[in-house]
Design a protein. Structure first.
Length: 421
């Protein structure tokens, strides 16, 4: 559709030029006899064909993103310049500025967009007052491979105060600094937010402490045409926003078989629980709810065990780790919560088959949000890995901030620039 539209536009421009020139000749006649061409142009010879020079050349294809776009008047000044970028079925004016002497125009943004067609229309006037127009087009390089980032949490969601912003990429990122600079996470009211890379495929962001309730967080992905690896360029230009809801944290004591639930710092309830059995203990540490399921199937083979269990209707399940740790309702061991640890690593709350809001599991599920923090203590297992789910709260601030790909000086400059806006 772009090319058809462009041809139609150019055909219209050519027709307009013919009609204008015909009208000019018709206006230069006397009793049907045309004057000579010198009567039209006067004593001035025509401007040279290269009076307006455009780089890249007219008709150029596969132009690199870093190749400069320049428009120059070889003699005199540029009178008008119009540059349009056609991309994704949309025409967008390209802003730019003239040099002090008016002889050169350049875009405000030096890098060209990839997979785009540029149209240039420029008029120059020389010292003798002669005008010369130039119309050129060129197309930029179309990458064979693209990468995108999948953002957690969902756009327009309301989350708990422990939510960590996580961007997972569909391809490994080699140029991490360039990609990191293209992702901005800001908050209102403002708070210091820092990035941390977990390998070449994941970039997380969080503040030093949990978010304050009511905070509005915005994630700006400006990845389009950013080179993430050799021959691989970003595709997205999008914004995701979420709101932080009330504060709720829960502390699971595996030894005491209890979970204390606090809302805005106030103890709401102490709930009896069962956690991992001695041979399959529950991870210690802070875990963030990333998924909430009214009912789900749990099969031991999907998490690295044998055929120990296959429960098709586990009620009120809240995912805590990518590896399969859940906090969920338990109806098959009704005597365990509050007394003994019998699970394969999950945290179980008393429930009934089919689930019920009147049980501890149903009560907790109805009062939870994705982004709430559940911390486990006094379990006979190691601390959960910070990249297992949204476990980044288990890292100290110094360790977290060391995971940036942008040097401190550059990061400070970026923060100062953000603060001005």
């Amino acid at each position: 559709m772009i090319h058809v539209h462009t041809r139609a536009r150019r055909a219209g421009a050519a027709l307009a030029a013919v009609l204008t020139w015909s009208a000019l000749l018709a206006g230069c006649t006397s009793h049907g006899v045309p004057h000579g061409i010198d009567d039209v142009l006067g004593d001035k010879p025509p401007a040279p064909e290269d009076a307006v020079r455009v780089t890249p050349d007219d008709g150029s294809k596969a132009v690199r993103a870093d190749q400069p776009l320049r428009i120059r008047a070889s003699d005199g000044k540029l009178e008008s310049v119009k540059v349009v970028r056609s991309q994704d079925a949309q025409d967008t004016p390209v802003p730019g500025h003239l040099s002090t002497d008016g002889s050169t125009w350049r875009p405000d943004t030096e890098r060209l967009a990839l997979a785009a067609e540029y149209t240039v229309d420029a008029v120059a006037v020389d010292d003798d007052g002669r005008r010369s127009a130039r119309h050129t087009t060129f197309t930029t390089y179309v990458p064979d491979e693209r990468f995108i980032g999948y953002v957690t949490p969902e756009n327009r969601s309301t989350v708990g105060t422990g939510m960590i912003v996580s961007v997972e990429f569909n391809r490994e990122i080699e140029r991490r600094a360039a990609v990191q600079r293209a992702i901005m996470v800001t908050a209102q009211p403002p708070v210091d937010i820092r990035p941390h890379w977990f390998g070449p495929g994941r970039l997380d962001f969080r503040p030093k402490e949990y978010w304050k309730p009511g905070t509005r967080v915005t994630i700006s992905l400006r990845l389009r045409d950013v080179r993430g690896a050799k021959g691989v360029y970003g595709l997205q230009y999008k914004t995701v926003a979420f709101t932080v809801g009330r504060s709720q944290t829960s502390l699971v004591d595996a030894a005491a078989h209890t979970m204390k639930v606090r809302r805005d710092g106030r103890l709401m309830a102490t709930v009896p629980i069962t956690s991992g059995a001695p041979k399959t203990p529950t991870y210690n540490g802070k875990m963030v709810v990333t998924e909430m399921l009214e009912v789900t199937r749990m099969n031991s083979r999907t998490v690295g065990f044998g055929g120990e269990y296959d429960i098709p209707d586990v009620p009120h399940a809240l995912r805590l780790t990518d590896s399969g740790t859940f906090l969920h309702g338990n109806y098959w061991a009704p005597g365990a919560p509050g007394h003994t640890n019998v699970s394969h690593g999950c945290v179980g709350l008393r429930d009934v088959k089919g689930g019920s809001s009147d049980t501890p599991a149903g009560w907790f599920f109805d009062r939870s949000l994705i982004g709430d923090v559940v911390e486990v203590v006094h379990s006979n297992d190691k601390k959960v890995a910070p990249d297992n789910g949204l476990g980044g709260w288990n890292m100290g601030w110094k360790e977290w901030t060391a995971g940036t790909a942008v040097k401190a000086k550059t990061a400070a400059t970026a923060e100062a620039r953000t603060a001005k806006h």
